[in-house]
Design a protein around this ligand. Sequence first.
Ligand SMILES: Cc1cc2nc3c(=O)[nH]c(=O)nc-3n(C[C@H](O)[C@H](O)[C@H](O)COP(=O)(O)O)c2cc1C
Length: 197
Amino acid sequence: MNVYEAITKRRSIRRFKDKAVPIEALEKCIDAARLAPSGRNQQVCKYIVVNDAKVLPGVFENIGGSAKLPPDKGGPRPEQSPKAYTIVLINKKLEGDANRRRITLYDAGMAAENIILTALEQGLGCCPILMFNEGDLKLILEIPDDYDIALVIAMGYPDESPTADVFKDSTNIYVDEKNLRHVPKRKLADIIHRNGF
Ligand SMILES: Cc1cc2nc3c(=O)[nH]c(=O)nc-3n(C[C@H](O)[C@H](O)[C@H](O)COP(=O)(O)O)c2cc1C
């Protein structure tokens, strides 16, 4: 699979097979994150990978958004909940000054895409999640005060195949009567400006 193919195939996955994710697969994703672009090459991110069945439910309790919708609205049945997570952390000491958060969030985002594409290559689906309860996650995962959570990435073997549709009048994602998720994407012609706006 080449890079463009991977990018076009990737969709956010919120329903997963009841199959454990090996730690080696997660480690490969973090190795890809390690090599991502980083402002001033400061590499302020650290990562917690979670694949222990005893730890997964506590993380699931503390995430939200579409990943937690009822099954008939596109959310997972209990057995389809994520089978792994990557928690992307920002080291506040390395970041130094809170004004740099504007930059370090880009670091986290670029690292996240590396993680998601490396997961895809290994047959894993992902969903980036910004709706999470940071306080409780920090307690459960014993995250020191020097770190903030930038992003949670839910992971597992996909148990759904969302489609990228051509945008018509709304960017809202929806599930149809067959419980298939549709993700409208704006057309190239609607977003590109050549050699000036
Ligand atoms: C910064 C960011 C935050 C997101 N937060 C959530 C979230 O909290 N819950 C969720 O279910 N999806 C979340 N998503 C996934 C988006 O809903 C998804 O990327 C979007 O609908 C487009 O679908 P696609 O990823 O399949 O192309 C987030 C995505 C991004 C980039």
